[in-house]
Design a protein around this ligand. Structure first.
Ligand SMILES: Cc1ncc(COP(=O)(O)O)c(C=O)c1O
Length: 411
């Protein structure tokens, strides 16, 4: 039976066919056309998205930092974030002497709600960071309307949302600028990396000139590539079986993913030509990848029981399905469920392993964010990637349904 054979990991890092060979060729071939790789990647990326300009960066974090630096922001200016997002971004804002402010999320989408945004806007609000969480588009047009009325800039956080669409347009095309991420677990894995995308010549010119003075982060890329290859080996059935056999495997999986978080990744470095080549080649396969992800997500939705709630995608919108996160309807601690699932060979994530409750992490009044509280306590991240097969999804859903049923506290 499946569960006796292996652990189904929560993520599998994406490599395109022949990527290993291409990497070796690029490293050892003196003829590797390094110079053109970055501008080529930027060009195909901007064509894919819809025609704005793109500037490659060493991370999504660095992309946001540069976009903000391109604005005339003063100490204490307010940057509005969803309360449920990556806390590292918030720390970065504080280091820039800006003030993070949070809007609660919508229980149906886990995205920042425009109603909460409207309540949190003050005369000091300069930027709204509108995140499309887990790949599901937020209500970006409403957020942009609110912002436009007050002269506030909207930056779209598309770290999870490459290829997602809202009302027929790819996300990234609604705000004044957007940023993407190519770190592990995203639709494109270039061993780290990011992209700034904007129609605004001033923003693009500023970011490009900054990046021009940076050198590629070779050590950082090597460290990230080493982790990616080790992870690729660790999730092979043989190794995961060894881990399953050890008493420490539950702790191992939980610790492993925590260690790959909380990194600054906004150094003054640029994306390397090799990373650009990998990014461009992975982008070539994105259409097919999105189709497969959509089919996987649909199967999960069909098979999981009524004890789980799914992220809602607005009619006409398209999710990029970066992660598959569900909310438990039962109000009980998910720790025991997660441990039982991992023991049954299904590696799942809970609480801060999925996303951060930023106001809580910052120590500001957490009582103002009831939906974020609910998401933090009740969200469950299930294994999700393109080569997760139908048999595995059936096993995961059946196991999760059975275990959820046996949890005693009803809603
Ligand atoms: C919502 C969100 N925004 C931004 C980022 C930053 O991207 P990067 O890791 O490339 O710096 C991440 C990273 O996972 C993220 O989850």
């Amino acid at each position: 039976m499946l569960r006796q054979i292996k652990v189904i990991p929560r993520r599998k890092i994406k490599f395109y066919p022949n990527e290993d060979l291409d990497i070796l060729k690029a490293i050892f071939s003196p003829g590797f056309p390094a110079g053109s790789q970055i501008s080529l990647f930027e060009r195909v990326f901007s064509e894919y998205l819809g025609g704005g300009e793109a500037v490659a960066t060493c991370s999504g974090r660095q992309a946001l930092k540069l976009i903000l630096e391109s604005q005339d922001l003063r100490e204490g200016d307010e940057i509005l974030f969803p309360a449920y997002t990556l806390f590292d971004l918030v720390k970065m804002i504080e280091e820039m002497k800006l003030k993070p402010v949070f809007a609660d999320i919508d229980p149906k989408t886990f995205n920042m709600s425009p109603e909460a945004v409207a309540q949190k806007i003050t005369p000091k609000t300069r930027v709204i960071v509108a995140t499309h969480i887990f790949g599901v588009p937020c209500r970006i047009q409403e957020i942009c309307r609110l912002a436009d009325a007050k002269g506030i800039m909207v930056v779209e956080d598309c770290a999870h949302a490459l290829g997602a669409e809202s009302r027929g347009r790819k996300v990234g095309n609604f705000g004044k600028a957007a940023f993407f991420s190519f770190s592990m677990g995203k639709q494109i894995n270039a061993f780290g990396g990011g992209m700034i995308y904007s129609p605004d010549k001033k923003i693009i010119g500023f970011c490009r000139s900054k990046i021009f003075s940076y050198i590629p982060g070779k050590i950082e890329t090597l460290a990230s590539a080493t982790t990616a290859y080790l992870e690729r080996i660790a999730v092979l059935p043989f190794f995961s079986k060894l881990l399953l056999g050890s008493r420490k495997h539950v702790e191992f999986f939980i610790e492993f993913y925590r260690k790959t978080k909380n990194k600054t990744r906004a150094w003054n470095k640029s994306l390397s030509p090799l990373q650009s080549m990998i990014g461009r080649k992975q982008l070539e396969g994105i259409g097919k990848d999105l189709e497969i992800r959509e089919a996987r997500a649909r199967l999960y939705r069909d098979l999981l029981s009524g004890n789980f709630l799914f992220q809602e995608v607005a009619p006409g919108d398209i999710s990029a399905n970066c992660y598959f996160v569900v909310r438990s309807k039962k109000k009980c601690p998910l720790g025991p469920l997660a441990q039982a699932l991992i023991k049954a060979g299904v590696d799942v994530g809970i609480c801060g392993e999925i996303m951060d409750h930023c106001p809580k992490a910052l120590g500001v009044s957490a009582n103002d964010y009831p939906v974020t509280d609910m998401a933090e306590a009740g969200n469950l991240l299930l294994p999700f990637y393109s080569d997760l097969d139908e048999k595995e999804i059936r096993y995961i859903a059946a196991t999760a349904n059975k275990m959820m049923e046996s949890l005693s506290t009803p809603s």
